[in-house]
Structure formats: structure tokens, C-alpha cells
Design a binder for this molecule. Structure first.
Ligand SMILES: Cc1ncc(COP(=O)(O)O)c(C=O)c1O
Length: 421
């Protein structure tokens, strides 16, 4: 059995006809849509969403799914049907959230460098909250909202200088990171703008990083957020929510991992000190385990020193995380050959030496045309894909209730060239 961690089963499991997603044969999907392709389990997304929702129990909370993790329309719609709200990180994500059916009030908008156009759009939409990243941005929001005759609902993102103990590229809560304003400046920033008629301070926001695997940093973030909220309450700021951001990690290696229940147990005692409703922005923890990138072996070679390479038809253009962060993903053959396991370098077809999914990974023999699944790629997979080398984007498939459907078709060269003069 392939597990998320010691207790939760992954949707991708070996079956009689080879690997299956919730019982649906990966062979049959790839025979129809080709490779590379992303396959997602709707059931896994539902389970992960509900696990977080129920972990927060009766404490007033709203889950704003972070679209940046995976914003394919059908996935966003699925989350909406479960009762989720949305966290958007760009004007494009706001637009996608709205096309998925979210009302503006259900959307919070974060982003470290929002353009004037994005701010105007967000203000015109009257979003649930615009999470401002600096005093200057608050002032630009105030001016734009004032000019439009509107009142913008805003929260200030604070940087608490807390180490998320994650990969440096996805840690956002340290003084050395570009995100938010210094925690100790926040009170004065709010105070100086309290009388600005075009701003309504509805919350405070924090997000210290992603793929956080222990409760400590999350608990410290909740403590910092709550202390600030209590101070702001003392100052008479009528906060509607505190926004704890996302960050909950997943078990890429299949080892025990912080659970949603442990996450809630770590942060709820802190949040209760103020009792203000909490906004959560999970992305990875909701969709990460739900997806696999299915690829075909297109070449196999061995150097005289014995090093062996399996070259796939998917690479950093489809899944950038290994090249970007050196991140680990389990790789399983769809129909494993009955041989002993030996070390393989599993690599992509791109002319970059960072285009490597795994080095010296113990795998059974791989041959040209074999299919492999790169697991736990539901988050920060398809959304980060690129057209480098003029490679069309891979299709995405959603498995649900014993059937499957293409939720994004494969891009064609005509699609690519349609944008060009
Ligand atoms: C502001 C904000 N909220 C939420 C998230 C989602 O984080 P995760 O996918 O780790 O839950 C991110 C991603 O880094 C983010 O930048």
C-alpha cells in the first residue's frame, strides 16, 4: 500500500492491471490522453479539505483554498462545492476564482507586488480582503479606492521573523524575506491610517512559508498574529478575522507528518486568546497528494561506471519542483517489472542538467515505453509548467466516482502560436 503518511492511503495504488487512481487504470487513461499527463483524484481532494475543516471544529473558521497550488478550473470548482472560499495571488487567480463561481466577498487577495491594474480590479470587485504587503501599498489602495469612490476591505500582512524550517525558497516569514511588514511596525501602520475613509481594516494576515512539517513554527505564527490582533483591538480596530495563511506540509516521502488535527491543536489555543474568526489559506495540504504526473520512458542508457538513466517524456517543463527546490517525489512504475531494484537517475528531456526528477533512486528495471507515475504532484505541479522548448502543456484528468474526465486538454502548437504575430 502506498501511504501519504503512516495512516492515510494515497489514491494511487497498485492493482491487477497496473497502477490505478481510485480504482481507475492509469494505463487506460494514458492510452486515451497520452503522456505526459496529470491525473488527480477528486476523492483525495475532498478528504483533504474535510480533514482540515473538521480539525478546526466549531472554532469560527473559513478555508480559503490557495489557488496558486492548483488553479485548474474544475479543481477550483470542486473546492467551491465543498464550501471552500478562495485565496488569490494575482489578478488572473481572482478572475479564475470568479469564473469558478466564487463571489468577490469569498476571495482574499495576497501578492507581494500587486500592479496598479490588479489593485484597481480588486477594489472594483470589492473583495473579501486585500492583504496589503506594505504601508506604501495600503496608501496606494487608499488612493485608488478613494478615486473610485469605494471603501477597500484590507488586512496588513505582517512578517513575524519566524523560521518556517522549510526550504529557504518557500520560507516567507523571516526578516530577510521580501514579504509583509515587520511585526513591530504593524500597530503604527494601522494607527496612522485609521481615519482614512477609503480603507476598512478587516483583518491581519501572516503566511510564514510552505511545506511546514512541524507544529512549532505554525504555533508561533498564530501566537504572533493573535498578540497583534489583541493590541489592535485595544486600539479600537474592529477586526473581522485573523488570516493565518497556508503552509501545512505533506508527506512527500511517505513518513509521518504533521496532521491537520495536530496543526489545529497547535494554533487553536493561541487563536482562542482573541476568539476572532480565523481565515486559513491551505493549498498544498488540500491538493498535493491528489495528483500524479504520468510519464513514459523514452530512452534508457548506462554509462561504463554503471550509472543508469531513464529519460522520461516529462521534465522540468511539466514539474518544476525538483529543479527549483531539489524536491523529492516518489516515482513508481505503473506496471513494475519483477526485477531487483537498482539505482536509477530518472530525468527529463530538457537540455538543462537540473532537469532531474530523482538521482540514484532504487527502482525495478525500466525499459523504453514503460509508464511511471511521479507522485504527490497535485500542488505546484501543473501550475508551474512552462512552454520551454516549445513543449505544449500536458493535459489534466480528474478521476471521480469510478470514472474520469479531461479537465484541461493537451495544449497544441497551434494554441501556442495563436498568440503570436
Ligand atoms: C499568501 C499565501 N497563502 C497561502 C499559500 C499556500 O501555501 P501552502 O500551499 O503551503 O498551503 C501561499 C503559498 O506559499 C501563500 O503565499
Amino acid at each position: 500500500m502506498i501511504t501519504c503518511d503512516s495512516s492515510v492511503q494515497l489514491p494511487f495504488q497498485p492493482a491487477a492491471g497496473g497502477l490505478a487512481c481510485d480504482g481507475v487504470s492509469i494505463h487506460s487513461i494514458s492510452a486515451s490522453v497520452g503522456t505526459p499527463a496529470y491525473v488527480y483524484s477528486a476523492a483525495a481532494i475532498r478528504d483533504a479539505y474535510r480533514a482540515i475543516d473538521s480539525a478546526f471544529g466549531d472554532y469560527p473558521h473559513a478555508i480559503h483554498y490557495a489557488l496558486k497550488a492548483n488553479s485548474t478550473l474544475a479543481i477550483v470548482r470542486l473546492l467551491r462545492s465543498l464550501g471552500s472560499q478562495a485565496d488569490a495571488n494575482s489578478g488572473g487567480e481572482i478572475a479564475v476564482a470568479e469564473r469558478a463561481g466564487f463571489t468577490p466577498a469569498q476571495i482574499v487577495f495576497t501578492g507581494v507586488g500587486k500592479s496598479r491594474e490588479e489593485l484597481d480590479f480588486a477594489i472594483a470587485q470589492d473583495l473579501g480582503a486585500i492583504n496589503a504587503e506594505s504601508a506604501g501599498e495600503l496608501d496606494r489602495i487608499a488612493a485608488a479606492a478613494g478615486a473610485a469612490g469605494r471603501v477597500a476591505r484590507v488586512a496588513l500582512r505582517v512578517n513575524p521573523d519566524i523560521d518556517a524550517q522549510s526550504h529557504p525558497h518557500i520560507s516567507t516569514g523571516l526578516r530577510s524575506n521580501k514579504f509583509g511588514v515587520a511585526l513591530q511596525d504593524a500597530r503604527a501602520i494601522y494607527a496612522a491610517r485609521r481615519s482614512v475613509g477609503s480603507l476598512r481594516f478587516v483583518g491581519v494576515h501572516i503566511h510564514i512559508g510552505s511545506q511546514i512539517t512541524t507544529p512549532g513554527p505554525l504555533q508561533r505564527a498564530a501566537a504572533a498574529l493573535t498578540s497583534l490582533a489583541l493590541e489592535l483591538r485595544e486600539d479600537g480596530v474592529p477586526l473581522e478575522h485573523v488570516d493565518l495563511g497556508g503552509g501545512l506540509g505533506i508527506a512527500y516521502e511517505g513518513r509521518p507528518m504533521i496532521t491537520p488535527a495536530e496543526y489545529a491543536a497547535a494554533v487553536l489555543p493561541e487563536l482562542r486568546r482573541a476568539g476572532i474568526p480565523v481565515v486559513l489559506e491551505p493549498g498544498r495540504a488540500i491538493v498535493g497528494h491528489s495528483g500524479a504526473l504520468i510519464a513514459r520512458v523514452v530512452d534508457v542508457k548506462q554509462y561504463p561506471d554503471g550509472r543508469r538513466f531513464a529519460v522520461l517524456d516529462a521534465g522540468m517543463t511539466e514539474l518544476m519542483r525538483p529543479a527549483l527546490y531539489g524536491s523529492f517525489h516518489r516515482i513508481v512504475p505503473v506496471a513494475p517489472r519483477q526485477t531487483t531494484e537498482t539505482p536509477w537517475d530518472v530525468v527529463g528531456p530538457i537540455c538543462e542538467s537540473s532537469d532531474v526528477f530523482a538521482r540514484e533512486r532504487q527502482l525495478p528495471d525500466l525499459c523504453v515505453d514503460d509508464l511511471v507515475a511521479v507522485l504527490d504532484t497535485g500542488a505546484y505541479g501543473a501550475v508551474m509548467a512552462s512552454n520551454y522548448n516549445r513543449r505544449p502543456l500536458a493535459p489534466e484528468v480528474l478521476v471521480d466516482e469510478g470514472g474520469w474526465s479531461v479537465i484541461r486538454r493537451r495544449q497544441t502548437i497551434d494554441d501556442l502560436l495563436a498568440l503570436e504575430a
